[in-house]
Design a protein around this ligand. Structure first.
Ligand code: RIB
Ligand code: CA
Length: 311
């Protein structure tokens, strides 16, 4: 079966790390490159974390570091969620391979320009790299199949009452992406807060018996701490970024509705909100497939199968 060509842009981060593992274990995706952005941690740490996770699962794609900070704002990071390293918890050896010397934007541009097929972008962090690429090279849009992103929320937020972290870190970049005209699939908090994994399911990963299953369980152990402690009232850990990768692998396990969505880049209390025009008040063409629900069992099984495929 033809694999789906994708590029993953991420800010590992525990859930990004699990998303990478699922992507490489699924056997469905042809991952042309992994690029990194600042977000969960500083750019040097997210790059190092991507290299460490990929080295651990013995996968060696092109890896390239992107922008060091948002387009026009101070970088905001999330050590309270992911720890000082950005991947606290599991013991992960240092990387066993080097990143590209090229910037992420140039790597993505080269791959898109030379590809004889359109490529799907899967950003699971702030949209800085993608926003800069589209602003600098708008002509490259016709080589992008669609953008399946983790970010935003039709209702609510997790970093402020009205904004989700990835969009809030770089609202200007998100605005460029959402106005690009490229088909967008938004896996926001509406679905990711339903994509919960619970303690007994984490143990299933540990019991797989391979080193990747143990790593996933240890990543979840740490990720769960914040969501349990933080008083989110969650009984489990929301698997944000794996939703975007899982959608690329098997969209049938998700439920979505197409809407017109735009990004708030000015609001005092609403900065970074993904404003979904539910009542179609603006009469604008729908630009986003907003993912709202999933078959959680199928989602967990998809992840489990992918991890079993690895060592
Ligand atoms: O709001 C959740 C998102 O922010 C996830 O992508 C997580 O990794 C962080 O980047
Ligand atoms: Ca992320």
């Amino acid at each position: 079966m033809r694999k789906i060509p994708v590029i993953i842009d991420c800010d590992p981060g525990h859930d990004d790390a699990i998303a990478l593992i699922i992507a490489f274990g699924s056997g469905v995706l042809d991952i042309k490159a992994v690029t990194t952005c600042a977000g969960n941690q500083t750019p040097d740490k997210t790059l190092n974390n991507a290299l460490r996770v990929l080295s651990f699962i013995e996968k060696y794609p092109i890896v390239a570091q992107g922008a060091l900070e948002p387009i026009m704002r101070e970088l905001m990071i999330a050590p309270e969620v992911h720890g000082e390293s950005g991947l606290d918890g599991p013991e992960l050896p240092p990387p066993s391979f080097e990143p590209s010397q090229k910037n992420a934007g140039d790597v993505i541009l080269d791959i898109l320009r030379t590809s004889d097929e359109k490529i799907t972008l899967i950003p699971t962090g702030p949209l800085t790299n993608i926003g800069i690429l589209l602003a600098a090279h708008p002509e490259i849009k016709q080589k992008i199949e669609r953008i399946i992103l983790m970010g935003g929320a039709a209702v609510g937020g997790n970093w402020t009452p009205g904004a989700e972290f990835n969009i809030l870190v770089d609202p200007e970049a998100a605005d460029i992406v959402f106005k690009s005209g490229i088909p967008i699939v938004m896996c926001g908090l509406d679905v990711t807060h339903k994509a919960m994994i619970f303690k007994d399911e984490t143990e299933k990963f540990r019991r797989i018996g391979n080193k990747t299953g143990k790593l996933v369980a240890e990543l979840l152990d740490f990720f769960d701490l914040f969501h349990r402690k933080e008083g989110f009232g969650f009984a489990g850990a929301p698997l944000h970024d794996p939703c975007a990768v899982a959608y690329a692998i098997d969209p049938s396990i998700f439920t979505s509705v197409d809407y017109f969505v735009e990004i708030e880049t000015k609001g005092q209390h609403t900065l970074g909100a993904t404003v979904v025009d539910f009542k179609r008040k603006y009469g604008q063409k729908n630009n986003v497939t907003v993912v709202l629900d999933l078959d959680r069992e199928k989602f967990i099984n998809l992840m489990y199968s992918a991890v079993k495929n690895l060592t």
